[in-house]
Ligand binder design. Structure first.
Ligand code: ZN
Ligand code: ZN
Length: 391
C-alpha cells in the first residue's frame, strides 16, 4: 500500500528530510552549553585564563568570518597580503561554518535573491527561526550547492586546500588550540568547555543573527527593497555586520558601518591591516551615492507622512520642489562624473580643470546634505501638525 502523499507531484514546498548530522550537532552542542558548562562553572569554577582565551577565540572567529569569509572572499571589497589571507582562513575555519567556497557561494545567492523563498538559502521571509538555523536542519533545495557563482574563487589554491582539508583544520583549531591552552594554563577541562565549546556555540549564534535578526531589527535608512536593517545594537554583537541595510544596499563597500562612530570591528580590523600594509585596494562607495540613497528613502517617508497631513496640498508643492532640486543635483553629479572619467582617460590631464570639477562635486554633495536637513525638518513639522490636529 502506498501512502497518498507519495503520489503527489513533488514541489519545492515539500518538507525535505532532516539533516541529522547538522541537527544532532546543534542539539548536542547547544544543550551542553546550557547544562554542562554552567554546572562545571558552579561546581569547579573557570580560571581567568579560560575566560580570556574564550573571549580571544571568539573575537578571532568573528574577525575570520567578517573580515575574511564575508568582506574579503564573498564580496571582494579589498585585497589582502598572503599572510593575512592565511590568518583569516585559519581563524575563519575555526568558526565551523563550512569552507569559504561553500559559505561564499550561499552568501552570494543570499544577496542576489534576497528574501526569495525559493532561491535565498536563508530567506528572512520564511521567518526568524528559518533564517537563523532552520535553513540548516533540513536539506532544503535553496541550499543545494552550485559553485557557478564563485568562479573567481574556485582557482585559488589556498581556498582549494582549505576545502580539501576542512575537517582536519576544524579539529586542530577547535580541539587542539583549547587543549594546548589548557595544558599551558593548567586548566584543561575548563578551557575545553569555555574556550572550546561555549565559544563555538556563542560564535555560531552571533553569526546566525546576521541572517536572522539583522533582517528584522532596526531601521532602513538606505533602501526598503529588502528586509535588511541597520541596528547599532545588532552591530555591536556581530562585529559590525548589524549595519545590514547599508550592506545590502552597497555590498561592494568594505565598510558596513559607514560613519566613523559606527561600531564596525570588521572595518576597524581592515583599516589597521591597511595601515600595516597587509590590506590594500579598499573599496568605498562614493559618499554622494550613499547620500542619494538616504534622500530617496526620506522622500518616500515624507510622501507617506503628508498623505495624512491636514495641509497635504501645501506640503506636496513643497516636496515636489525639493524633489526637483534633488533630481537636478543628481543629474549634474552624474554629468560631472562622466566628464571626470573622460578627462582621466587623457594623458595630459588638466589639473586646473580637475580641481574645478572636484570642487563642484563637493558642492553638489553639500547640497544633498542641506536637503537632508530640510527634509528632516519637514518630517518633524508634519508630525507636529498631525498631533495638533488630533489634539
Ligand atoms: Zn554580504
Ligand atoms: Zn542579509
Amino acid at each position: 500500500m502506498h501512502n497518498d502523499n507519495q503520489h503527489q507531484a513533488s514541489n519545492s514546498w515539500d518538507t525535505p528530510p532532516i539533516n541529522w548530522t547538522t541537527t544532532g550537532f546543534f542539539i548536542i552542542t547547544n544543550l551542553a552549553v546550557l547544562t554542562i558548562v554552567p554546572w562545571y562553572g558552579l561546581n569547579h569554577g573557570y580560571s581567568a585564563a579560560a575566560w580570556i582565551m574564550a573571549a580571544l577565540f571568539w573575537a578571532m572567529n568573528g574577525v575570520g568570518i567578517t573580515a575574511g569569509y564575508h568582506r574579503l572572499w564573498s564580496h571582494r571589497t579589498y585585497k589582502a597580503h598572503k599572510a593575512l589571507r592565511w590568518l583569516l582562513l585559519i581563524i575563519g575555519s575555526m568558526a565551523l561554518q563550512n569552507s569559504v567556497l561553500i559559505w561564499a557561494s550561499r552568501h552570494r545567492y543570499h544577496h542576489r535573491h534576497t528574501d526569495d523563498n525559493e532561491r535565498d538559502p536563508y530567506s528572512a521571509k520564511r521567518g526568524v527561526w528559518f533564517s537563523h538555523m532552520g535553513w540548516m536542519v533540513r536539506d532544503w533545495p535553496s541550499s543545494e550547492l552550485d559553485f557557478s557563482n564563485i568562479k573567481d574563487l574556485l582557482d585559488d589554491p589556498m581556498l582549494q586546500w582549505q576545502h580539501r582539508h576542512y575537517w582536519k583544520i576544524v579539529w586542530a583549531t577547535n580541539l587542539g588550540l583549547p587543549l594546548l591552552a589548557g595544558i599551558v594554563f593548567g586548566d584543561i577541562l575548563g578551557m575545553l568547555l569555555l574556550a572550546g565549546l561555549a565559544r563555538l556555540v556563542l560564535n555560531h549564534h552571533t553569526t546566525f543573527f546576521i541572517n536572522s535578526l539583522a533582517h528584522f531589527v532596526g531601521k532602513q535608512p538606505y533602501s526598503d527593497a529588502t528586509t535588511a536593517r541597520d541596528s547599532t545594537l545588532m552591530a555591536s554583537i556581530t562585529w559590525g555586520e548589524g549595519y545590514h541595510n547599508f550592506h545590502h544596499s552597497f555590498q561592494n563597500d568594505y565598510r558596513n558601518g559607514v560613519r566613523w562612530w559606527h561600531i564596525d570591528v570588521g572595518k576597524w580590523f581592515i583599516n589597521v591591516c591597511s595601515w600595516l600594509g597587509l590590506a590594500y585596494d579598499l573599496k568605498r562607495v562614493p559618499s554622494f551615492k550613499i547620500r542619494r540613497a538616504q534622500l530617496q528613502m526620506l522622500f518616500k517617508k515624507a510622501e507617506a507622512s503628508i498623505e495624512t497631513s491636514p495641509l497635504a496640498q501645501r506640503w506636496r508643492e513643497h516636496l515636489e520642489a525639493e524633489y526637483e532640486a534633488f533630481s537636478n543635483t543628481v543629474r549634474d553629479w552624474q554629468q560631472l562624473q562622466r566628464q571626470r572619467m573622460n578627462a582621466a582617460g587623457h594623458q595630459l590631464r588638466d589639473r586646473f580643470a580637475d580641481s574645478v570639477l572636484h570642487t563642484r562635486l563637493q558642492e553638489l554633495e553639500y547640497a544633498l546634505r542641506q536637503q537632508r536637513k530640510r527634509l528632516h525638518l519637514l518630517l518633524q513639522e508634519t508630525a507636529i501638525q498631525q498631533r495638533a490636529s488630533l489634539g
